[in-house]
Write a protein that binds this ligand. Sequence first.
Ligand code: NMX
Ligand code: MLT
Length: 445
Amino acid sequence: MSTLKNVLAKKIEEHRKRTTKLLVESGDVKISDVTIAQAIGGMRGVKGLVTDISYLDPFEGIRFRGYTIQEVMEGLPKPDGKDYPYVEGFFYLLLTGDIPTKEQAEEVVEDMKHRAKVPEYVFDILRAMPRDSHPMVMFSAAIVSMQRESEFAKAYNEGKFNKYNSWEYMYEDALNLMARLPQVGAFIYRLKYKGDTQIDPDPTLDLGGNFAHMMGLEPPYDEVARMYFILHSDHESGNVSAHTTHLVASALSDAYYSLSAGINGLAGPLHGLANQEVLAWIQQFMEKLGGQVPTTEQLKKIVWDTLNSGHVIPGYGHAVLRKTDPRYTSQREYCLKHLPDYPLFQLVSKLYEVVPDILKEQGKAKNPWPNVDAQSGVIQWYYGLTEYDFYTVLFGIGRALGVLANITWDRALGYPIERPKSVTTDMLEEYAKQAQEAKSNEHRA
Ligand code: NMX
Ligand code: MLT
């Protein structure tokens, strides 16, 4: 058994006791209430999910297994001569909660290389799709098309499966899928935008390095890939892609069905597709200005015009965060170091100076600050990846790390099928009436 699987098995054994104790001794302790506004309003703030892979604080931002972005980037082992950590070592951290040694991280690198072969039929399917299909449609279809490879589904069908060992099959699927996604993504990219001129994987490279190589992008794009996949990996489990993946997996659907569903959620413009929307919006107004960089006054007018036409400002706002997304800051720091004078970066920085005050003045968005998507396209564009409808696929490869770790733990802890209760509008009106009457009685007494 690999070190990763061995360590994970021990962690699961220990953790099961904590979950059982909580259920047996404190199962009826309340952790959240639900108001009518929350029931109608997308369950914002309702605490009804459990995950230990990451936690999102509204003001501090994301911590992966308790570590800040900076601690992850500094503390994880890196390929020789590189500034950003092995994605594989980061996956080890997400799965086990431990920072791996370099040797342990490299063992995962080797393990994933052996799992990386994408079945030929996936390429046939992608080639048979209309070439103008959105890359996220292709990505989701490619993932679900590989479902026949699922060890989890096979074990279930062969009756090998029980509540205690099901995580092991989910783990196998998670590693196999994660190992294959970079080639699937790169294949889609080169099929759509580079005339189907494909580049074979290089078996000497790690996941980030190989992705850059198969995309046909020179170093330091390998560093960008490592940074990007890690930053986008997880944002606790309530966001649409993580929640969807978890929900579908709760029906004992395997990782292929579940991840493909999560990717479909990521493809929404209010979620991951916002990174594409940011670039599309910028290109649109730059075209209107004849390519001329807008002044601050012009930019303010563009932002107001966008809001007044009933559109959101892509890359700004968040359902949980109440400050600048540290994933935005992390990418901004990369830009300040590597491309400080790049006009597109300067434009995005100017937006950062202008948009929050306007959103505050408009008074609708609860969080006027930028999220991860406001900054990510700039770096991609700078390194030659200008086909912005591909950006969400990059997000999806990264997001797979978090959600696949999550559903492996879901099976390990035997989380049941997810099935919240709904109510009708009549019932809400009745609850509202009862609350009003109770208030008047209190007033009278
Ligand atoms: N521009 C304009 N209006 C906004 C924005 C924004 N960036 N953000 C929120 N609002 C509006 C929102 O549409 C809502 O309006 P209304 O009452 O008319 O329906 C109001 O402000 C209150 O929304 P919030 O409670 O602040 O935001 P919510 O939690 O519902 O939604 C987002 C969060 C992220 C969906 C929202 O901020 C948004 O649409 N942002 C732009 C799209 C975006 O950048 N998405 C990417 C999120 C990160 N990711 O990668 O997934
Ligand atoms: C994410 O990374 O999933 C987004 O920031 C959205 C969210 O957390 O709700």
